[in-house]
Design a protein. Structure first.
Length: 365
């Protein structure tokens, strides 16, 4: 079929492979897996994920509601700060609610007394290489770490969420840091029923020692007597989607530049924020910089190589475009928002959602 670019293309075969890995880890380790909706919330493919996962975890009221309504199963609610006007609705959707601070627990614990309550624990270290994304950065607002404050929460919570990994492909580093968590917080954790180790563990990546991870998680669970949860976002959907774009113009100002009908700022924002380049073709002798069509001077996807010279109208696939893309897309410059499509296992491409001027207009009131 012919679908106008730009569009995100979800690959069901690739998604199923990731889900098989998630299912194997759950079975071998006893850990439960919750989809992190902050990373990926394209609910049209939840039917491909539901059997391999235990539910969802969220970072806001709207994510929470989406998880309850579109995914179902176990629904965890977290927010950096719940507002008075949204807490009742949030509790109505949640199976577990995780408070970010002791102050929030004090404020809302009684309202949430009929569901399980948790607290975010900040171990004061992480694997993040970016200060912007580091939950353990100086003066971090994300979670509690002081033993006295944790003790003040005891008896009112049944578990904690600890998020300290970020695209961590290194099992040994993960295990070493988990040792540190056990050493520093083990006595407190033994009094709880469950511990979420968050996301950021790249266990669906090629060559990752899944069996060692399963054994380590099971040992942690057995020693502390807790149910372990993982919150895979990127691990669930890595390698499962591309952003399909077309060449609109070719400019040579000392470097060949192909301008495409998309934008890194509007459609792959994290790459711009973290000053990273997109995953572009790198095969051939013909080099081009791939640039977006907004007025931002730095709207650059990165450098690519092709087997032949590019022509106006050529399509380019930007790979690994599922995580932190569709949940962050925006209408900067009024550039058309990419459609969403699915490539079925048999190769058929099925459009799911297209966006129009009306969507742009209505987003602005």
């Amino acid at each position: 079929m012919s679908l106008q670019t730009p569009f995100y293309l979800m690959d069901i075969a690739a998604l199923r492979r990731n889900m098989e890995t998630v299912a194997r880890l759950r079975e071998a380790s006893g850990a439960k897996a919750l989809l992190a909706l902050k990373c990926f919330a394209t609910w049209s493919v939840f039917d491909q994920m539901r059997d391999a996962m235990d539910g969802t975890t969220s970072s806001s009221l709207y994510e929470l509601r989406l998880g309850r309504e579109k995914f179902g199963k176990e629904t965890h609610a977290y927010s950096v700060a719940w507002a008075d006007h949204e807490i009742d609705e949030a509790i109505g959707y949640a199976d577990k609610i995780i408070f970010n601070s002791l102050g929030q627990l004090d404020r809302f614990a009684d309202k949430a007394s009929h569901i399980e309550r948790g607290l975010r624990l900040n171990p004061r270290f992480s694997t993040s290489g970016f200060d912007l994304a580091d939950p353990a950065r100086p003066f971090s607002r994300l979670g509690e770490w002081d033993p006295a404050r944790l003790e003040a929460a005891a008896g009112r919570i049944s578990g904690v969420m600890i998020h300290y990994n970020c695209e961590n492909r290194d099992f040994d580093l993960f295990s070493t840091q988990l040792d540190r968590i056990e050493a520093e917080f083990g006595a407190f954790l033994k009094r709880l029923d469950w511990v979420s180790l968050g996301g950021g563990i790249h266990f669906t990546g090629e060559g990752y020692p899944l069996d060692r991870l399963a054994d380590r998680l099971k040992a942690f669970s057995d020693r502390l007597g807790v149910q372990v949860y993982l919150e895979p976002g990127e691990a669930s959907i890595t390698g499962t989607a591309s952003l399909e774009v077309s060449v609109l113009d070719i400019i040579d100002n000392g470097k060949k530049i192909a301008v495409v009908d998309s934008s890194i700022e509007a459609h792959m924002l994290d790459l711009l924020i973290y000053r990273e380049t997109a995953k572009l073709p790198q095969s051939g002798d013909h080099a081009y910089q791939i640039a977006g069509k907004t007025c931002l001077a730095g709207d650059i996807f990165g450098d690519a190589r092709f087997d032949r010279p590019l022509q106006i109208g050529d399509r380019i696939s930007i790979s690994d475009a599922a995580g932190y893309t569709m949940v962050k897309k925006n209408w900067f410059n009024g550039v058309n928002m990419p459609a969403i499509a699915i490539r079925e296992v048999d190769g058929r491409i099925r459009p799911i959602r297209e966006f129009t001027y009306d969507d742009y207009r209505d987003s602005l009131s």
